[in-house]
Design a protein around this ligand. Structure first.
Ligand code: TMP
Length: 210
């Protein structure tokens, strides 16, 4: 099973990935948590450029760098681990490019879907949790940390990214009977949010079993 978490910066995805891993391991599943961009040395090096370079980057350069990191991550980590029977939880995947570069940078959702077709065809997640956290909550969290290149884009950018996610989810829901997306309220307590995520996964695991 392939599970992804999505959301704007500071939405609380990473915490939820770890909590979910712990819960599923307690139930006896083999679980791998990974992240994008990242997961391999090459992909982590690309991440470093994307988040820490002190020079403006063209929006399309950004797209291809995120996608280059994704090829490494998919071929070297995600697909092999799924084949070994792991539940793979990824903190971000191609939906991030659709929302950030398609929505946030204004390149267009459809164009980003087209560019990501190779990933969509090889590994559409079974479940994607979009953690929808209030922008004011995010702003407060951002005030407390040192910002990377993407986070420095600020709240107007994050608002466009959020809208990108919502448009993407709406367009998928209009196409398929059962959407892979679950929108969860990021302003719930960490524990309540984790319970909701686990409940949804148990539903799917039970459905698959029987
Ligand atoms: P994070 O994983 O710590 O949230 O950092 C990754 C940053 O990169 C975050 O700002 C989202 C951004 N991003 C994109 O803009 N496009 C992508 O395709 C991915 C995977 C991440």
């Amino acid at each position: 099973m392939f599970i992804t978490f999505e959301g704007i910066d500071g939405s609380g995805k990473s915490t939820q990935c770890q909590l979910l891993k712990d819960s599923l391991e307690k139930k006896g599943y083999k679980v791998l948590v990974t992240r994008e961009p990242g997961g391999t040395k090459t992909a982590e090096a690309i991440r470093n450029v994307l988040l820490h370079i002190h020079e403006p980057i063209e929006a399309m350069t950004e797209v291809f760098l995120y996608c280059a990191a994704r090829v490494e991550h998919l071929e070297k980590i995600i697909l092999p681990k799924l084949a070994e029977g792991y539940i793979v939880i990824s903190d971000r995947f191609y939906d991030s490019t659709i929302a950030y570069q398609g929505g946030g940078r204004g390149l267009g959702l459809e164009k980003m879907i087209e560019i990501n077709k190779v990933f969509i065809e090889k590994a559409t997640p079974d479940l994607t949790f979009f953690i929808d956290t209030n922008l004011m909550t995010i702003e407060k969290r951002m005030d407390k940390k040192e910002l990377d290149r993407m986070e420095k884009e600020g709240m107007a950018f994050m608002k466009k990214v959020r809208q990108g996610y919502l448009d993407l989810i709406a367009s998928e829901e209009a196409k398929v009977k059962k959407s892979r997306f679950t929108i969860v309220d990021g302003d719930l307590s960490i524990g309540a949010l984790a319970d909701m995520v686990l409940m949804r996964i148990e539903e799917v695991l039970e459905h698959d079993r029987g």
